[in-house]
Write a protein that binds this ligand. Structure first.
Ligand code: ATP
Length: 546
């Protein structure tokens, strides 16, 4: 948790500190309340028995009891408020940074697998909950014990020594060993849980299609059995903690009895012993309540560590170091010399290619399905590691250039662009947040998307639903193209831009893109199955056939 918090630059320091302070105040007030009540009841009763009830001062102890009760309630309330506030400030920094680090360190443009995404979200939930479930109660338990042991010392030294030993063993060593033992099992369980959740996520994602083949019922049965097994394993992990929790409550009661027994045999101060007895019982009870959720400790620790590692390894391993990176003024000429890459470790190598892209040109990278066109294009954007001397921008070897500065200059319009639910304007502004309406309109026109966007009454404010709902595949692709154009790249990579378009529409799109190229400062790279010369100025169009 600390590692993760520091990796995030220690957000919400004040709220975290306040919440911890208030947790300690609430716990101390709770133990004081019990101790003072015990002392008050017994001292009052003894005074009554001795016939001195009328001279016994009820005022201060009863005010003390009420004060402790108030402080405990206010402390708990404040702890909840500031604790949740602290977690919100952590989330506000954690979530974007983790997703950013994930996107930066991933290869290619393919979206994160749903199983990975579910595991990541679970980790974030667990790490965020750690503070409220483990850290704050832990502080409360320690503070409560300090006060209860202080009262035990004030009552009887032997009681104090025995209480320290009992606390160290039952509330310290045993839970520590249990957490250690659970840690290994929790790690295995977490892997099983990831796999089970991944299965369910894939099932939900593909439910409609699986149902068409009648496979949904079979796979749902298997997923259900896996989840049931995982649930049973989780319960097995919780069992020792529940046992320890019961032991701790019993030890607390035992300490209370011991305090009273010691006072009786040593003729000690009975009211003080009663106060110490109740305080010790309250402290052990609080530790017992915390132990019930201590099985979460190994899980939350593992989750926080995994997230901290993700943040630390945030940059792509093949990115140039900021201190030694070389700046580029332009990606042109973009030179490819004997370049070959693979989409992922173990994936097939793409064919070896050499070509040069100059400003003002159109290049077609043609080849059959699966040959490696998209992978090569992603490599040109530095989204895959490439060996030295295989790729350069304006004479600068790609290995020495920061990925971010390449992505400022090269945009890709993929076959299936990703959209967030929102309006058409929202999607366009993802590429250029400050884009004016006129700029958006111009980008839509260049991508031939203006016709279907402005045919709708809402125009730029038309809503795009989850997964692009409300628009056809071809329309979404042209919206993706408009967005890529709006980013203002030097090199625009188009993946199958004419797929699904009739010849007239394809020729019109080529003509619009030729206009976009007209200034001679930009270039286009087209990925398609077959090279063709449609509509491009002949002097600039050439093909690389894979
Ligand atoms: N994430 C991945 N992990 C493993 N292999 C991959 C991955 N992505 C792609 N591949 C493999 O790498 C090869 C090249 O894929 P790529 O998508 O670049 O081909 P393509 O020529 O663009 O295909 P298409 O025209 O069908 O889009 C294929 O054999 C593909 O199966």
């Amino acid at each position: 948790m600390m590692k993760l918090w520091s990796a995030l630059g220690a957000p919400g320091r004040l709220q975290f500190g306040l919440a911890m302070g208030l947790a300690a105040v609430a716990a101390i007030a709770g133990v004081v309340l019990m101790g003072l009540s015990g002392w008050f009841l017994v001292a009052g009763a003894l005074a009554g028995v001795a016939g001195a009830g009328h001279s016994f001062n009820h005022l201060f102890p009863s005010a003390g009891v009420r004060g402790a009760a108030f402080t405990r309630v206010l402390g708990r309330y404040g702890e909840q408020l500031t604790g949740h506030d602290a977690i919100l400030s952590l989330s506000a920094r954690l979530r974007p940074r983790v997703f950013e680090a994930g996107a930066r360190s991933r290869r290619g443009l393919s979206p994160m697998a749903s199983a990975d995404l579910t595991a990541l979200v679970d980790d974030m939930d667990a790490a965020e909950g750690a503070f409220l479930k483990v850290v704050l109660p832990g502080i409360g338990v320690i503070s409560g014990f300090v006060v209860a042991l202080g009262l035990a010392l004030a009552s009887d030294v032997v009681l104090f020594v025995l209480a320290v030993l009992a606390a160290a063993l039952a509330a310290g060593a045993l839970p520590f060993l249990a957490v250690q033992a659970a840690q290994r099992r929790a790690a295995v369980l977490s892997l099983q849980a990831d796999a089970a959740r991944g299965d369910v996520a894939r099932l939900i994602e593909n439910a409609t299609e699986l149902d068409v083949y009648g496979a949904l019922r079979r796979y749902a049965g298997e997923a259900e059995a896996t989840l049931a097994h995982w649930q049973k394993e989780s319960e097995a992990l919780e069992r020792p903690f529940r046992g320890l929790s019961a032991i701790l409550s019993a030890v607390g009661v035992g300490m209370g009895v011991l305090a009273l027994w010691r006072a009786a045999v040593t003729q000690g101060d009975l009211p003080m012993a009663a106060g110490a007895a109740l305080a010790l019982m309250a402290a052990f009870e609080a530790a017992s309540a915390m132990l019930k959720v201590m099985e979460a400790a190994p899980k939350t620790k593992a989750a926080s560590d995994r997230l901290a590692d993700r943040l630390e390894g945030g940059a792509a391993a093949w990115d140039a170091a900021p201190e030694t990176a070389q700046a580029i003024d332009s990606v042109f000429p973009l030179e490819v010399r004997g370049l070959t890459v693979s989409a992922a470790p173990g994936a097939p190598q793409t064919p070896v290619v050499s070509f040069r892209i100059e400003a003002g040109s159109v290049t077609q990278l043609a080849g059959s399905s699966g040959v490696g066109k998209s992978t090569l294009a992603e490599a040109l954007m530095r989204l895959h590691p490439v060996a030295p001397d295989m790729l350069s921008y304006g004479g600068v070897d790609a290995c020495g250039v920061r990925i971010a500065s390449v992505l400022e200059r090269i945009s890709m319009s993929p076959q299936m662009p990703a959209f967030l639910p929102g309006t058409v304007a929202d999607q366009l502004r993802l590429a250029k947040p400050e884009a004016s309406e006129a700029e958006m309109r111009a980008a839509l026109e260049a991508a031939l998307a203006d016709e279907f966007v402005f045919a709708r009454a809402e125009g730029l404010e038309s809503l795009i639903g989850e997964g692009g709902a409300g628009f056809s595949g071809g329309e979404l692709r042209r919206l993706g193209l408009a967005r890529a154009l709006l980013a203002g790249p030097e090199l625009l990579i188009l993946d199958e831009p004419f797929a699904g378009l009739d010849k007239a529409l394809a020729d019109r799109l080529a003509a619009r893109l030729s206009d976009w190229l007209a200034g001679g400062q930009r270039a286009i790279l087209i990925l398609q199955h077959k090279a063709d010369g449609r509509g491009w100025p002949q002097k600039t169009a050439f093909s690389v056939v894979l």
